[in-house]
Ligand binder design. Structure first.
Ligand code: SF4
Ligand code: SF4
Length: 366
């Protein structure tokens, strides 16, 4: 019989001098960690289910609880840390890739703090920066092979629709439902203020946010949640989500318990139903399918908006290197949603648990 027991990562510490067995923690813990031992009349805990969310700690009326990280470990060596060994055991036990939520659990560089705008291509740097401000605008969209001008110097070439960013930063996609109304509103307002774009993810677009359309990228994902003409019309660009680096082979899954009220209406699905948006996109099983979807969306938006295709670096189908050249002529630009957090953060808060999980070889899209 295989040995499956892995020591829990967190321990629930209860001060029994303070605990009045009110059972608030039992009622409030979504993971059913706490229970009353009927025989002894004392509260007990199943540490293995605790995810250290602190809900019970906050709600305990007598401050009787604390959660501590275990100091239990495996014997590490120069090649294998205790954590890596534990993750390998977990993966071998479950047969699955470890995921975490709320960002990356590892100490990896936060590139945001290290952004360097390299102006080395500026041939004539400002002599007086006050009167000659540096241009940070970026245009995303299909570029012509060459441009021609008329005799008055006006542009003859018809350009494809472009996304104009005042700063070279865009927000990754997070759907309404996975984040709250207020969080969504904050992203929309911030994008408008900064002159960039936020992305609805696959959760549809609440009508209150239509007014931010000039700064909105809407997604068409495999679940097609909340996709209708007004939704497409209200956007600056449409993104086809073919894959998502954060959820390799799984795609989005919003539990039915979160599909309520406005979220259900915006997604156009019944309250309480699970919102599953699998990766890969099941409208797309070939390069021709992708091309067809891009053209359908362009038709629906009267060719006003650029279409983006979001590819997943590690997706199994369509593999990015094959999809990229196919998408390029039709859908511009491409978003590379990598699983590698230090390189291309996926939109979702979900994150692969460990760099040791990343499959090899790492395919770089063409
Ligand atoms: S909420 Fe606090 S006081 Fe109430 S049973 Fe849990 S630990 Fe004890
Ligand atoms: S910290 Fe969260 S998961 Fe852990 S026992 Fe408390 S409520 Fe449950």
């Amino acid at each position: 019989m295989p040995i499956e027991y892995i020591y829990p990562e967190f321990e629930v510490v209860r001060n029994f001098d303070r605990c009045i067995a009110c059972r608030v923690c039992e009622r409030q813990c979504a993971n059913e960690v706490h229970a009353l031992d009927e025989e002894t009349g004392l509260m007990k805990a199943d540490d293995s289910k605790c995810v250290c969310c602190h809900r019970c700690v906050s709600l305990c009326p007598t401050r009787a609880l604390k959660i501590v990280k275990t100091d239990h470990t495996f014997r590490p060596n120069a090649n294998w840390s205790g954590q890596t060994i534990q993750e390998l055991y977990r993966q071998a036990d479950s047969g699955g890739v470890l995921l975490s939520s709320m960002g990356n659990p590892k100490e990896l560089p936060v590139y945001w703090d290290r952004i360097l705008l390299n102006a080395s291509q500026v041939t004539n740097p400002s002599i007086d920066p006050l009167r000659e401000p540096m241009e940070t605008r970026v245009f995303l969209g299909k570029k012509p092979d060459r441009v021609t001008f008329d005799k008055d110097g006006k542009l003859n070439t018809q350009l494809s629709p472009q996304l104009a960013l005042k700063v070279p930063v865009m927000f990754s996609a997070m759907s309404y439902g996975s984040i709250s109304y207020n969080a969504h509103a904050s992203l929309a307002r911030a994008a408008e203020e900064l002159g960039t774009f936020y992305n609805t993810g696959e959760g549809g677009l609440h009508e209150d946010f239509y007014k931010y359309g000039k700064n909105t990228i809407v997604q068409v994902a495999s679940g097609r949640f909340g996709v209708h003409p007004e939704y497409l019309e209200a956007s600056a660009a449409v993104e086809i989500k073919m894959g998502q680096g954060a959820k390799p082979g799984i795609g989005g899954h919003l539990p039915g318990s979160k599909i309520v009220g406005d979220i259900s209406r915006t997604r156009m699905i019944p309250e309480g139903s699970d919102a599953i948006s699998p990766a890969p996109h099941h409208d797309i099983y070939s390069i021709e399918d992708l091309r067809q979807l891009v053209y359908s969306l362009k038709e629906a938006t009267a060719y006003k908006n650029p279409s983006l295709s979001k590819l997943q670096r590690f997706t199994t189908w369509p593999p990015s290197p094959r999809a990229s050249p196919a998408a390029a002529p039709t859908s511009s630009p491409l978003t590379d949603s990598g699983a590698a957090p230090a390189q291309h953060p996926p939109g979702s808060g979900t994150m692969w648990g460990s760099p040791s999980n990343w499959p090899l070889p790492r395919w770089i899209p063409a």
